[in-house]
Design a binder for this molecule. Structure first.
Ligand SMILES: Nc1ncnc2c1ncn2[C@@H]1O[C@H](COP(=O)(O)OP(=O)(O)O)[C@@H](O)[C@H]1O
Ligand SMILES: [Mg+2]
Length: 256
C-alpha cells in the first residue's frame, strides 16, 4: 500500500533527513515509528504525503507514484491519505462540524467549497465520523472550546470523513495527558481494526509503541535501524534505536 524505494531527503541547508530508506507498509498494518528527536520521523511521514519533496528515490501509495505525481493526480492520491498532527491543525474559530466537513473538500469543486455547499451525504459522513470517535454531541461547538484530547478526536474524524485509506499521525498524543492519550490511541486502534485503515504513527514513547503497534520501525539519523513486530522490540533493540544513551533510556522508561 505504501512503498518507499531508496528514498533520501536532504534539506536545503545540507541536513540529511532521510538516508536511503526502503520500506513497504501493507494495508491494515498499525506501524509505529520511534526514534530520538531529529531521527527523521516527521520527515518520513511528511514525505509520504508529499508535504516534503524527497531528493532521491520514489514513494508510491496504492501503486501510484506520489513523489512524481502532478496536479490533479497528486490531489487524487492525497485524498486517500489522512494526516494528524501534534497540534491538531483545526480551524480553531470554526465549528467541529465545519472542521470535519473540510475532510470532504478533495471530493468537490473549488467553487462549491468557497460557497460552503456540502451535501446531505457529506454531513452524514461527517456525523458518522464524529460518532465513531464519540464526540458527536460537540458537532456545533467551536473547535477552540474543546479540550486537547477532544480536538485530536475531531482531527481523527476529519480524516474519517475524508474516507482516507491510510492515516499518518505525527506525534498525535505528544501534547496530551495520560488519560486522554489512551483515549486517542484507543480510537486510532479501533479505527484500524474496524475500518482496516492503515496507520503510520510517530511516537516517542516506547511503552505506547509496544502497546499499540503491530509493527515497530526504529529510525536513527534518517536510517531504519529496526523493523519488526512489537514483541521483537526488546530493550537491546531500543538501546540501538536510542543510541544507548543513559539519560534518554531513563526518559523513555527503558531500564538500563
Ligand atoms: N526544514 C528543515 N530544514 C533543515 N533541516 C531540517 C528541517 N526539518 C527537519 N530538519 C532536520 O532533519 C532531521 C530530521 O528531522 P525530523 O524529521 O523533524 O525528526 P523527528 O521528527 O524524528 O524529530 C533533523 O536533523 C532536523 O534538524
Ligand atoms: Mg518530529
Amino acid at each position: 500500500m505504501i512503498e518507499l524505494r531508496n528514498v533520501s531527503k536532504v534539506y536545503s541547508n545540507g541536513t540529511k533527513g532521510l538516508d536511503d530508506i526502503d520500506l513497504q507498509i501493507k494495508e491494515g498494518e498499525f506501524v509505529v515509528i520511534v526514534g530520538l528527536s531529529g531521527a527523521g520521523k516527521s520527515t518520513l511521514l511528511r514525505s509520504i504525503n508529499r508535504l516534503h519533496e524527497i531528493s532521491e528515490g520514489e514513494i508510491t501509495v496504492n501503486g501510484n507514484s506520489i513523489s512524481e505525481a502532478k496536479g490533479n493526480e497528486l490531489y487524487r492520491i492525497r485524498r486517500d491519505i489522512g494526516m494528524i498532527f501534534q497540534n491538531f491543525n483545526l480551524v480553531r474559530r470554526s465549528s467541529v462540524m465545519r472542521n470535519v466537513l473540510s475532510g470532504r473538500v478533495g471530493y468537490h469543486s473549488t467553487l462549491k467549497m468557497i460557497l460552503g455547499l456540502f451535501s446531505k451525504q457529506d454531513k452524514e459522513l461527517a456525523m458518522n465520523a464524529l460518532n465513531r470517535v464519540n464526540i458527536a454531541e460537540k458537532a456545533y461547538i467551536r473547535a477552540d472550546q474543546l479540550s486537547g484530547g477532544q480536538q485530536q478526536r475531531v482531527s481523527i474524524a476529519r480524516a474519517l470523513a475524508q474516507e482516507a485509506k491510510v492515516i499518518l499521525a505525527d506525534e498525535p498524543v505528544a501534547s496530551l495527558d495520560p488519560i486522554t492519550t489512551k483515549q486517542v490511541m484507543d480510537d486510532l486502534l479501533r479505527i484500524n481494526q474496524e475500518l482496516n485503515i492503515t496507520m503510520v504513527v510517530n511516537l516517542h514513547s516506547v511503552d505506547l509503541a509496544r502497546k499499540y503497534a503491530s509493527r515497530i520501525i526504529g529510525l536513527n539519523k534518517g536510517k531504519i535501524v529496526f523493523d519488526g513486530k512489537a514483541n521483537e522490540a526488546t530493550e537491546e533493540v531500543f538501546a540501538t534505536i536510542y543510541g544507548n544513551h543513559e539519560l534518554v533510556a531513563e526518559q523513555i522508561g527503558v531500564a538500563k
